[in-house]
Design a protein around this ligand. Structure first.
Ligand SMILES: Cc1cc2nc3c(=O)[nH]c(=O)nc-3n(C[C@H](O)[C@H](O)[C@H](O)COP(=O)(O)O)c2cc1C
Length: 177
């Protein structure tokens, strides 16, 4: 069966830089010849996870179904308060182990400054310990300095890292299957 990849963009902000990373990664995965789907949280208004009734919400069921069948994922997130954003955390809480167990996940992060570089450590560790998710030990992290005023990536190093993370996602996912 063909491998499936999914890119989840979690910023709800128009003009999001993490979404630019997500779209750039989609091009790379398509160029690698793999099946890839792009899911934007902006298109999926979801309830907040309450640990109960939310799991019966049709929007949650539809969202989970979209995510569940991929082998490898790239999650694009803004850094908020030294972490992924609440929309991402909520999406993980709503989807849980059925989606994330033993899957391969890479991260693409957009932040306001360089000091938050380690911000995704807690989230990656929780995915690894909770769901045995294989988090790539390589990610893309950008700030506004890496973009021009048209929201295009100008930093060659970021472009290289996007290439590397997409290639690494396919390499590790293929190896584990
Ligand atoms: C509520 C909030 C919290 C933020 N916290 C941080 C932070 O801890 N560290 C940081 O570097 N930038 C922080 N930022 C800046 C965002 O990471 C930055 O604007 C980023 O570009 C957002 O991602 P997006 O462009 O994909 O929406 C914060 C922004 C908001 C709105």
């Amino acid at each position: 069966m063909a491998q499936r990849y999914l890119i989840l963009s979690t910023s709800l902000r128009p003009g999001s830089r993490s979404k630019v990373l997500a779209l750039e990664s989609q091009k790379r995965l398509e160029a690698a010849g793999v099946e890839v789907e792009f899911v934007d949280l902006c298109d999926h208004p979801l309830p907040l996870c309450d640990g109960g009734a939310c799991y019966g919400d049709p929007a949650v069921a539809e969202f989970k179904q979209k995510l569940i069948n991929a082998d490898g994922y790239l999650i694009a997130t803004p850094i908020y308060n030294f972490d992924g954003n609440a929309a991402l955390k909520n999406a993980i809480e709503l989807t849980g182990r059925d989606v994330w167990t033993q899957k391969v996940v890479g991260f693409l992060a957009a932040a306001g400054g360089k000091m938050s570089y380690m911000s995704l450590s807690g989230l990656t560790l929780s995915l690894m310990l909770d769901f045995r998710t294989f988090c790539l030990p390589r990610f893309v992290y950008v700030t506004g300095e890496d973009f021009n005023e048209d929201n295009e990536i100008t930093n060659e190093n970021v472009i290289e890292r996007l290439d590397e993370v997409a290639a690494e996602l396919v390499r590790v996912t293929s190896a584990l299957r």
